[in-house]
Write a protein of this length. Sequence first.
Lengths: 299, 231
Amino acid sequence: MRIFRILGRNIRDSFKSVFRNFSLSMASISSITITLLVVSISIVLSYNVNNFAVLVEKDVTIVAFIENEATDDEIKEIEEKINTLQNVESYEFQSKEDITNDMIESSDIFKNIMEGWSLDENPIQNTFLVKVTDIEKIGDTANLISEMENVAVVKYGEGMVEQLVKVFEVVEKISFIIVVSLVLVTAFLISNTIKITIFSRRTEIGIMRLVGASNINIKIPFILEGLFLGILGSIIPIIITSYGYMALFKNFNGQLFSPFIKLINPSPFVYYVSGVLVMIGILVGMVGSWRAVRKHLKI
Amino acid sequence: MDLINIRKAKKVYNTGVTAIYDLDLKIKKGEFVFIIGSTGCGKSTLIKMFYREEKPTSGQIIVGGIDVAKLKNSKVYKLRRQIGVVFQDFRLLEKSTVYENVAFALEIFGAPKDEIHKRVIKVLELVGLKNRLKSYPNQLSGGEQQRVAIARAIVNGPKLLICDEPTGNLDEETSSEIMDVLDEINKLGTTIIMVTHDRKIVKKMKKRVILLDAGRILKDYEEGTYKNENI
């Protein structure tokens, strides 16, 4: 009970202190707000990029067309060769008949054209659809397949995929660096705020020591103050992230520029992001104030 | 029973200045002791060692059973809870009311609210400020502020009340009122040690008087025997 009473009073006092030193608190809160906004943008961006990359990776397929002259045995041989390739995750054989039937079923226009074809006239080729495990090595794998006998053309998005993957990686790295440095700067700013709070409350601390407050008793309110600053600083970023992202998602119908780039569904994504933002705010606030307390509250 | 027992206490500051030389002193429970002497005689250093604001360089200082010299920084609060301290400059929280200033000393122990209320009202009654609960320090006179400081110092029932020139900033009449309050507290059983420059007060109170000079006890006057006007 006693501990709860002490804690309750500490929480009350820390809260009071945030509002008593309002201009100072505002500076810290704004700093956290800005940091968390950037953190939020980075998270949203990198998760979407990641999501997009995963979708692309899932979709990227090497399409190997088999020459129509190839015999069944030769096709078998190609299949075995593909099977032994290291980077191949899975492959699928589609015979020209399957493809023709699929296309006929999919649209009346195709039906009209294709039903007139005889088996020899049919220009469609037997095809292997190959998916790779490592998207970065897709070029090498495609080359290996194209070198095989009787394999005509290999298509896999021709370089675009590799470029995209590289761009994603750079974006991710840059946003990570920005986030880390901003977090450090904010922790430092909060540390400074708490330092000033400590100095401005010298008398109070002196009196607390005089009347027999233990060290923890004196330190906890400052740590809590940092924590509150963190929470208060995360409010605006959370609101902006949640509503902003939902609006964005709605506005673009869940996709950016083309159906190819899909956005992550806002629910539950924005809740996770909000949770992460509060946690980072609290952590940065507490680490910052702990640093100040350790350095400037020598008791 | 001795509340304070000092044996061969010595204090040398980092600057090389020796403030207290091999001092021996015993103060009994319930005593009222004045410590007087000229500026720089070591009286402030001496009382600061009682509440462990300063540590003796050598020797032994035992206050209420606690060896001050051996007390760890992190345990100082245990000593402080047995001691109330009042200063010349009051040291009140400017942004808190009279009631909050006094309650502050109990809140940090996690005392229950109704108990805090009971005790705060009781001490404020004792110092004569029961009708100023909601006032802020800057709305009070110097004498009233010092009463608040005294109330805060005694609210958790310390064995010892240390007063460092409590009347230094107050006029004669107000000082006399403060002394009445202190005398009252002493009669209720609290040991009081008071540092002062005010010889009029010392003479009027007729208590034990310790005269310090250059870090040594020059004279220890028994209760009521201090009459020297020159020091």
